[in-house]
Design a protein around this ligand. Sequence first.
Ligand code: FES
Ligand SMILES: [Fe+2]
Length: 432
Amino acid sequence: MLSEEKNKLLTEVGLGKPMGDYLRRYWHPVAGVSEFDDKAVRPIRLFGEDLVLYKDLSGEYGLMQRHCPHRSADLAFGYVEKCGLRCAYHGWEFDKAGQCTHQPYEEIIDSEARLRKKTKATAYPVRAKAGMLWVYMGPMPAPELPDWELFNYKNGFAQVVLAELPCNWFQCQENSIDPIHFEWTHNNWTARLQDPTAEYVPTHLKVEYEEFEFGFVYKRLRASESEHHPQWTIGRVTLWPNGFYLGHHFEWRVPIDDQNTLSVMWVFSRVPKEQEPYVQKSIPAWYGPLHDESGDWIKSHVANQDFAAWFGQGRITDRTRETLGASDRGVIMMRKRFFEELEATAQGKLPKGLITDAAKNQNVVLPSACRDELINGMPRAEQAAHPLLGPFLLDYIGQYGQPDAVREAYEAAIGQKTQRAKYFVVHGAQGN
Ligand code: FES
Ligand SMILES: [Fe+2]
């Protein structure tokens, strides 16, 4: 249980709030590169700020305040130029640093362009990496944008899967250090959605947590598994500060504002050995819906089940009401580390896990229970029997709503048709 004051410390992300300012010290993925194949500008809200994200005519990306500094026209209606964005109302143009670079009528009246030179909008750097657009909204100099090893694996099909969730980021991130939920939110719930009397999967017997440079590792052991199981010997990564790494995919929970979160997944599906060599031409990005045609929350896919758990806790969950137990040891450790970090960074310490040395930012390895399989690949039959990777050959189970074009590209990559099943595969005794 936390006091109201401590809950606010964890959940408030606006500018000037300790957590908001802390999270701004990291790069965050906020969109798919492929979104800009057919559009140049779109609005986006991040950390409580209304902004526009754009790709200019030189193919470079920018992020700036949504409302024009002139008379607040919506820059989402702006048009891109060779170097930056122009407001559609009176034609003021801005470069990627937010500097006004053209004020058409003002410069006729004042050839020295004094007003233009002193007009500067809020703008932030944007970088493209792994099919995602990443933004940095903190003080300069910016740290390195992490070059995680998974981004560099070969012979795989990657996709960026997004959703906007109606709840605070921190309850989403607490899920990244919550191994017990796999059993109940995914395996058992899926089973019971299909058969109200279905047997439950083997329960968890032990969980362990260890802190390391880039977050925490959690390990879990189920009744059906030996202590040699990779989820016990290696485990999974609670990626600091707002990510989750499961060996074959990343998840990030990026604050839109205090009450909303952008969920971003980057999923790597290794093609079977029979499909090698496979080179992906471009990484697709897509947004999945939260509701089905009848207005019900979608509960059929892994991420949708997580979403339901998170926003079911309330827009900003009230942590003064909770009853914590042994299963919450990781959550407690993570909260404690955040409180310590907020204090330490206020004293000038560098935030946890920031990479500031370019030489160290090459193919950065994180613990992974399926690293060998993803690097080396497996014949189709062996991959199909793999408890973690096998189900992805049958269907894209990660999140509901995969567009047909993405599915077709995915099927071509893995060399087989997928099922489009209503529910993802129940993993039975092995669990995922
Ligand atoms: S409001 Fe943007 S140029 Fe006038
Ligand atoms: Fe989950």
